[in-house]
Ligand binder design. Structure first.
Ligand SMILES: [Zn+2]
Ligand SMILES: [Zn+2]
Length: 208
């Protein structure tokens, strides 16, 4: 079983998630938004074994603590191949305008693609490529949970006017999420969680 813990971090109130395989305590840190020290404290308090860091996409507000955390934990960083260049480009990640860093980061350790499956203890995480907010935005599906990044929010959708954004792609990605079988709990990049059935009913971009 996967347990999900949420931490709201940074000026943009970004949701950083821990995906924890309960039996083994193996953990994926998703979107280390800010405050590496706080993230490390949470990991140590619970004796979690962090296996990797995943970015839902490479925007500054989802990775302000990335390099510090990567150095401290010495674990690999996973990002979709189409957002990988933004890790090295502070203009594409907006790190130069909002993140107070003109210095490029380090490259990703593993590039993700649609349909990839990552193992975490006894559990697994499936990658769904959902471009539109950025070219390499992904959703993470594990059991009946979707980590939706800035693609889908409760009653709302992500911006498509930033670097690499595309409204038609975003609409297609939202339809792809809506077409999944059954109900899921949705954990977005900002704001409170919701459910896929709720969004199918209330979110105009998911109504068929
Ligand atoms: Zn974003
Ligand atoms: Zn964001």
């Amino acid at each position: 079983m996967i347990k999900i813990s949420t931490f709201i971090l940074g000026d943009m109130q970004t949701n950083c998630y821990f995906l924890i395989d309960e039996r083994s305590s193996e953990t994926a840190v998703v979107d280390p938004a800010a405050s590496a020290d706080k993230i490390i404290r949470k990991i140590n308090e619970r004796n979690l074994k962090v296996k990797y860091i995943i970015l839902t996409h490479a925007h500054f507000d989802h990775m302000m603590a990335l390099e510090e955390l990567r150095d401290m934990l010495r674990v690999p960083v996973y990002v979709h191949e189409q957002d990988a260049p933004a890790l090295l480009n502070p203009e594409q990640s907006y790190m130069n305008s909002f993140g107070n860093s003109k210095v490029p980061g380090k490259p990703a350790d593993l590039l993700l693609n649609d349909g990839d499956t990552l193992s975490l203890g006894q559990s697994s995480i499936k990658i769904l490529h959902t471009p539109g907010h950025t070219k390499g935005s992904i959703c993470l599906i594990t059991e009946d949970n979707i980590i939706s990044g800035d693609t889908l929010f409760r009653g709302d959708i992500g911006r498509y006017d930033l670097y690499g954004g595309d409204f038609n792609q975003l609409k297609q990605s939202l339809q792809k999420i809506a077409a999944l079988d059954g109900d899921y709990k949705i954990y977005p990049g900002h704001g409170s969680s919701t459910g896929l059935n709720t969004e199918r009913k209330n979110n105009i971009y998911l109504i068929k």
